[in-house]
Design a binder for this molecule. Structure first.
Ligand code: NAD
Length: 363
């Protein structure tokens, strides 16, 4: 974040956004859930999936891409496998509902698979793995974004895949859980959004032009920047690059097939009139795998062993997945959430338009 970032207190931001989403048509409870989830992503350091999404969510609510106060409906329930339909409701409502059912079923049977189709944007998928880990559940989540074609497949210079995130979480057995959570594109689309609004610049080579040349320019995705217009990823001529060469590209393809084709949600492509998530989640009860003490000992031993590797840079440190987010939560709860001025102006303006007064920045 640039030096000119404004800082907003997390609590005040949550109260503000809950009112904004309520004023836009969500119940108070849903407004609160959306606000907590977006602010939670910023607190965890994932600004791409935080409050910067507010104007886009409000636009989607207006256009019918998202529907207020929808619950999941059960398409089929055959015990260890549940197929749920999010009915284009807010991901912050239908996502936690699907996760709660998966956790409950895995506690009963030892394992549960939940296919969630047609969910509004689910935000930071790692939040679901954290919820499951807190309930002593191992979980694996494959996600795709139908209607969002952003990523070039390995060897290609044209978009064919979504940013299709994967999250895996294991319970911490009395310590911190290990939570791996990332987009299969080299950077998440929201990070391009943040960069386009003056936030953290993108790593070189995270985008590719139609001529096959690598780039770091957000215009590849959004077209030329215009502060008066919401960035629209359909306007750019380029694509995001998949992470990890052919391996990341292959993982993204499997996310499209598991979360899109298998769940019945739809693998991405042209011709969708909505942008939404599909998610295939697997939950496994940790306690069915053996004694808690043995697992805790081996988890601790291995995490400590990994972290004891000599750091590449002097003063550096080896971290395990989930640690950066946990640390960032400590810092930002105390210091507030930094936002690029452009991004904050758009969020505050969206609130004022709905008659809700934004909080004053901390400094
Ligand atoms: P990222 O590149 O920041 O990677 C995050 C992962 O890497 C985390 O597990 C983190 O703990 C780990 N990590 C980061 N630094 C580390 C270090 N130094 N050592 C060890 N581990 C480290 O994440 P991203 O790809 O930008 O994704 C951001 C978010 O976007 C994710 O929460 C993802 O779920 C979300 N997302 C959501 C959608 C959607 O449609 N809902 C689509 C794409 C991405």
């Amino acid at each position: 974040m640039g030096a000119d970032a404004v800082r907003i207190d997390a609590g005040a931001l949550t109260v503000f956004l809950a009112e904004v989403f309520h004023a836009a048509g969500c119940s108070q409870a849903e407004g609160q859930r959306v606000a907590e989830n977006l602010v939670g992503a910023n607190l965890s350091g994932h600004d791409s999936h935080g409050v910067i999404r507010t104007p886009r969510y409000l636009g989607w609510l207006k256009s019918g891409n998202l529907v207020a106060d929808r619950d999941v409906s059960v398409v089929s329930d055959t015990g260890a496998l549940m197929i749920l339909d999010g009915q284009f409701g807010f991901g912050q409502t239908v996502g936690p509902q699907a996760v709660a059912r998966g956790i409950e079923r895995a506690k009963e049977l030892g394992v549960a698979v939940v296919a969630l189709r047609h969910a509004g944007h689910l935000g930071r998928i790692g939040a679901f793995a954290e919820t499951a880990a807190a309930e002593n559940q191992v979980s694996v989540h494959f996600v795709n974004v139908a209607g969002s074609v952003l990523v070039a497949p390995f060897g290609g210079a044209e978009r064919r895949m979504s940013t299709a995130p994967v999250a895996i979480g294991v319970p911490g057995a009395g310590g911190a859980p290990v939570i791996l959570d990332f987009a299969t594109s080299l950077v998440a689309e929201g990070k391009v959004l943040v960069a386009s609004k003056g936030g953290k610049p993108l790593p070189e080579g995270s985008l590719i032009g139609p001529d096959g040349r690598l780039s770091a320019d957000p215009a590849m995705l959004y077209g030329p920047s215009d502060p008066a217009v919401q960035p629209n990823s359909r306007n750019g001529a380029g694509a995001l690059v998949a992470m990890g060469g052919h391996k990341g590209s292959g993982l993204a393809l499997m996310c499209e097939l598991l979360a899109g084709a298998l769940t019945g949600s739809g693998a991405t492509g042209p011709g969708y009139d909505k942008i939404y998530n599909g998610m295939l989640s697997i939950y496994m009860s940790r306690d069915r795998f053996g004694a808690e003490d043995d697992y805790a000992r081996e988890l601790r031993r291995y995490v400590d062993y990994v972290k004891s590797a000599k750091p590449v840079a002097g003063g550096g440190e080896v971290l395990v997945p989930g640690e950066p987010e946990a640390r960032m939560r400590g810092v930002r709860r105390k210091d507030g959430i930094p936002l690029a001025p452009d991004a904050w102006d758009a969020i505050a303006g969206a609130g004022r338009d709905l008659g809700v007064t934004p909080p004053a920045p901390l400094s």
